[in-house]
Design a protein around this ligand. Structure first.
Ligand code: C2E
Ligand code: MG
Ligand code: MG
Length: 726
């Protein structure tokens, strides 16, 4: 059943009960009212009956006192009493103030009878006639009248009493009924409360608890087991569906949140990984995975800090440079070069893993800080000798051939060792010292190690000073050029000059060009210096021509270094210089060494091609001293091979070198090239070269490199050595 049916019934019952209560109370009040009114009227009638009775008694008393001989006044008094009784009775009866009973009517009749008797009695008495019998009859009549009145009074008294009783009875009934109704009402209300609690409030609370439990415990929502109202059933169903929906939503939302959390965690892992990679990349070498310079410096700083706190603590830095790495790179390609570096890195790490002689080493670092430069930090060595032991072990390990891409590669390393000496308080400095020692190892023949000492530092400082001086000299153009003639072996005359740079150091005097050119190359100032030499040599050639010192066939050879050729705009520089001095390209010979070509063959080939387009000849200087193959003779547009003076040696060309020179000459001629032999110092040299069919010669035998003035003089004299020789 529906709640509103219940509520309707309850309301109906309540209203009906209330109406019933009101009606019954009204009815009862009405009946009590009527009963009260009847009782009041009855009491009033009773008092009037009393009056009538009193009149009757007075009448009886008057009659009693009356005798036969009584005076007229007595009869008149009697008559007055009778009249009063009659009038009173009649008035009360007519006014309805007496109960309408037969006794009243009879009393009226009796009174009328008495009145008639009295008149007769009075007439006889006053007439003095004996009337004893009448008097006695009259008395009897009066007594009868009084008796009737008494009866009437008794009846009135009864009536009033019974009405009073009824009134009080009705009041009591009413009280009883009202009480019973009230109790019933309370009972009904209690039932209603009970019903409401049992059928409405409890189920709703049960539903609420069930819903809460279902939400909290993840259990299923259970509806109402007992019978319940339609609305609560509906509510339970709605609630169950609501709870289900809510739980589904919560599950979905939870799943979503879990998913988001998982995504977030994944993202964090990815990000952390990326950060780790970034951090790793920031401190590690990409190719080998070793520490990089930054991380090495950081660890070095820590070691130094530790050494400051614990003077007994020792550590060492090994600076390692792979010998001739460049050659591997150039001949086998960068890929093999990279693989070699990776393999070297692995061997270095393996060397440090050994525990025999290096059990004292706590934690070591292997770093790659440059192309082929590695650094080993020995953190915590017992003796300084341990560092040398490691260096030797490294060298032994590297001596084993590397098998890379089907090639067997042999390599060695030069190692510089530096220790934490008191006073060396910067990681950079220690690294620099180890580098300096490495430099000495290289200079001392490579594949060895050197321990840093202060002398090396002093020398390094002076080298730095030298670099600075050189740079200043280049900026100030504090150079000179000497010219060494090149002799044509077919004519015996000078066919060209080689321009050779000269630098007089303010303190050291004349500096060997091999030394300052190497420094200039190292520091990059060679580009500026090279430009100056090219310019200066071409100007000189132009001047001599213009001055008639030489004819147009005499050429100028200039030496060009690796960095110069690699410099963008080099060909433009040559072109502009030639144009500036109105020289043909054929007036200029550019001497390059094998190492220039081998460094970056493809781009150099392009530069040489462009120079050839200008008409410039390309001479291969110091031919025979390089390590590269002869392949390039085909690849590059070379005009002349300039055989290094080492092939002549100090002795005459009686040795095995003669064969080499002969072979080179034959090879050159086959390839349509010519040959200049450098370092001709003696007559025998010259004769031999003539016999070997060389094309050109250069050397002290003809002339040392000369100042401009001396060269001018020599050129102007137009010497011919062959005639002289002959
Ligand atoms: P190089 O190009 O092979 O120059 C020839 C060197 O051999 C010169 O030394 C010259 O003085 C020396 N020489 C010539 N004839 C004889 C001889 O009969 N006996 C001996 N023992 N030596 C002889 P220099 O002038 O000391 O030059 C050395 C090297 O310096 C040059 O070798 C060249 O590679 C380089 N160099 C000199 N000037 C320049 C320059 O202007 N630019 C570049 N890039 N390098 C230069
Ligand atoms: Mg030269
Ligand atoms: Mg040379």
């Amino acid at each position: 059943m529906r709640i509103h049916h219940h509520v309707s019934i309850i309301l109906f019952l309540a209203i009906a009960g209330a109406i019933g209560l009101a009606v019954s109370v009204g009815l009862m009040l009405g009946s009590i009212e009527r009963a009260a009114r009847a009782a009041g009227r009855s009491a009033e009638q009773y008092s009037h009956v009393e009056t009538v009775v009193a009149n009757g008694r007075e009448l009886a008393a008057t009659v009693e006192s009356l005798t036969i001989g009584s005076s007229r006044d007595a009869y008149r008094a009697l008559e007055r009493d009778l009249q009063r009784s009659t009038i009173t009775l009649a008035r009360l009866r007519n006014n309805g103030l007496l109960p309408v009973t037969a006794q009243v009517d009879e009393a009226m009749v009796v009174l009328q009878t008495l009145t008639r008797q009295e008149r007769r009695l009075a007439e006889r008495g006053t007439a003095g006639e004996p009337a004893a019998a009448e008097l006695s009859q009259f008395r009897e009549g009066v007594s009868n009248y009084v008796t009737r009145l008494e009866t009437m009074r008794m009846i009135a008294l009864d009536t009033a009493g019974s009405l009073d009783l009824e009134l009080s009875m009705r009041r009591r009934y009413m009280m009883l009924i009202v009480g019973v109704i009230c109790i019933l009402y309370l009972a009904v209300i209690d039932r209603v409360r009970h019903w409401t609690t049992r059928r409405l409030i409890h189920p709703v609370q049960t539903l609420a608890r069930a819903a809460m439990r279902a939400m909290e415990n993840e259990g299923t929502f259970r509806g109402l087991e007992q019978d319940s109202t339609d609305e609560l059933d509906t509510l339970a169903r709605v609630l169950a569906s609501f709870v289900d929906t809510l739980k589904t939503r919560v599950r979905e939302r939870t799943a979503e949140v879990e998913q988001q959390k998982a995504n977030l965690e994944r993202e964090m892992v990815v990000r952390r990984h990326a950060e780790d990679q970034l951090r790793h990349a920031a401190f590690h070498d990409k190719l080998t995975g070793l520490c990089n310079r930054d991380l090495l410096l950081d660890r070095l700083e820590r070691c130094m800090e530790r050494a400051r706190r614990h003077p007994e603590y020792k550590f060492a830095v090994l600076f390692l440079d792979v010998d001739r790495f460049k050659e591997v790179n150039d001949s086998l390609g960068h890929f093999v070069g990279d693989q070699l570096l990776v393999a070297i890195a692995e061997r270095l790490q393996e060397c440090l893993r050994g525990t025999d002689t290096l059990s004292c080493v706590d934690s070591n670092t292997v770093a790659r800080i440059g192309g082929d430069e590695f650094v080993v930090l020995l953190d915590g060595i017992a003796e300084r000798e341990d560092a040398s032991v490691v260096a030797e072990r490294v060298q032994l390990s590297l001596a084993e051939p590397f098998r890379l891409q089907g090639h067997e590669v042999f390599t060695t390393a030069s190692i510089g060792i530096a220790f934490n000496e008191p006073g060396c308080d910067k990681a950079d400095y220690l690294l620099r010292d180890a580098d300096t020692a490495m430099y000495y190892a290289k200079a001392a023949g490579k594949a060895r190690h050197e321990v840093f000492n202060t002398q090396m530092h002093a020398e390094a400082k002076s080298r730095l000073q030298f670099h600075n001086d050189l740079k200043r000299a280049v900026d100030n153009e504090d150079f000179d050029i000497h010219f060494q003639p090149i002799i044509s072996l077919s004519t015996g005359g000078i066919c060209g000059c080689e321009a050779l740079a000269r630098w007089e150091h303010p303190d050291r005097g004349m500096v060997d060009p091999v030394e300052f050119i190497a420094h200039a190359e190292e520091t990059g100032v060679i580009v500026k210096l090279g430009h100056w030499i090219l310019h200066r040599a071409c100007r000189q050639l132009k001047e001599w021509r213009d001055d008639g010192v030489i004819d147009a066939a005499v050429t100028m050879s200039i030496n060009v270094s690796k960095r110069q050729v690699a410099e963008r705009g080099f060909v433009d520089d040559v072109r502009k210089t030639l144009r500036e001095f109105s020289l043909d390209g054929s007036s200029l010979n550019i001497e390059i060494t094998e190492s220039v070509i081998m460094d970056n063959p493809d781009s150099i080939a392009e530069v040489l091609k462009q120079l050839k387009e200008l008409g410039v000849e390309i001479h291969m200087d110091d031919f025979g001293t390089g390590y590269s193959s002869l392949n390039y003779l085909h690849r590059f547009p070379l005009d002349v091979l300039k055989i290094d003076r080492a092939f002549l040696g100090t002795k005459s060309l009686e040795n095995e070198y003669a064969d080499v020179v002969q072979t080179v000459v034959a090879l050159a001629h086959t390839l349509n090239m010519q040959v200049i032999v450098e370092g001709v110092e003696t007559e025998q040299h010259l004769q031999k070269l003539l016999a070997l069919n060389c094309d050109f010669a250069q050397g002290f035998y003809f002339s040392k490199p000369l100042t401009e003035a001396d060269a001018r003089e020599l050129l102007a004299s137009k010497p011919t050595w062959l005639k002289h020789a002959a």
